[in-house]
Design a protein around this ligand. Structure first.
Ligand SMILES: Cc1cc2nc3c(=O)[nH]c(=O)nc-3n(C[C@H](O)[C@H](O)[C@H](O)COP(=O)(O)O)c2cc1C
Length: 169
């Protein structure tokens, strides 16, 4: 199985990247393959109105997803939702003319947040579900990690990362 992993954090060495790294280790440990896309290294923009130009980097990502079996989208929680780059990717997905090509592919969400779940991280998962359901993906899980700091990235989170992967493969 080939899985596209999308890092939607600007911090290549941050909390989200650390957990995504564990997820990728587990993908390999189960004998599967991944390809990481660092979204902040790509030129991704959202819808820019009538005559919005084609977002080439978003199209490339979508072609990679179409050639794979699953995608894991990861993001820090920024202002109660995904980062603006992930939101821009959602908009590009919504504009994509060939979205039926995602049919049968799995999509999962990983989020790290400093605060609590209630009144903070409780909307990011339902929004993701709505977006990917419109796009014909099969939802394969959500790992919403709250009260996360560098010190809290322990064995328990590592186990959560493993369970998250088991659900996808
Ligand atoms: C601009 C900004 C906005 C944030 N907004 C929230 C928020 O709404 N709720 C929350 O729990 N944490 C928020 N945080 C904290 C991050 O979600 C948290 O520290 C996350 O683990 C950072 O991941 P990263 O190291 O990949 O950037 C915010 C951080 C930044 C920099």
């Amino acid at each position: 199985m080939k899985i596209i992993t999308v890092l939607g954090s600007p911090n290549l060495d941050g909390n989200t990247a650390a957990v995504l790294g564990w997820v990728e280790d587990e993908i390999n440990a189960f004998g599967h393959e991944f390809e990481r896309i660092n979204l902040y290294e790509k030129e991704i923009f959202g819808y820019l109105g009538e005559n919005s130009p084609e977002c080439k980097d978003a199209h490339e990502i979508m072609q990679k997803i179409i050639a794979a079996d699953a995608v894991i989208i990861s993001s820090p929680l920024y202002c109660f939702d995904v980062s603006y780059k992930v939101k821009a990717l959602y908009e590009q997905f919504a504009l994509f003319s060939d979205m039926k090509k995602f049919k049968g592919k799995k999509a999962a969400l990983l989020v790290t947040a400093a605060g609590s779940f209630e009144n903070n991280a409780d909307k990011v998962g339902p929004i993701f579900s709505k977006v990917i359901n419109c796009l014909y993906f099969e939802e394969a899980g959500q790992l919403i990690l709250t009260k996360i700091s560098r010190d809290s990235l322990d064995d328990e989170v590592r186990k959560d990362a493993r369970d998250f992967v088991v659900n996808i493969i």
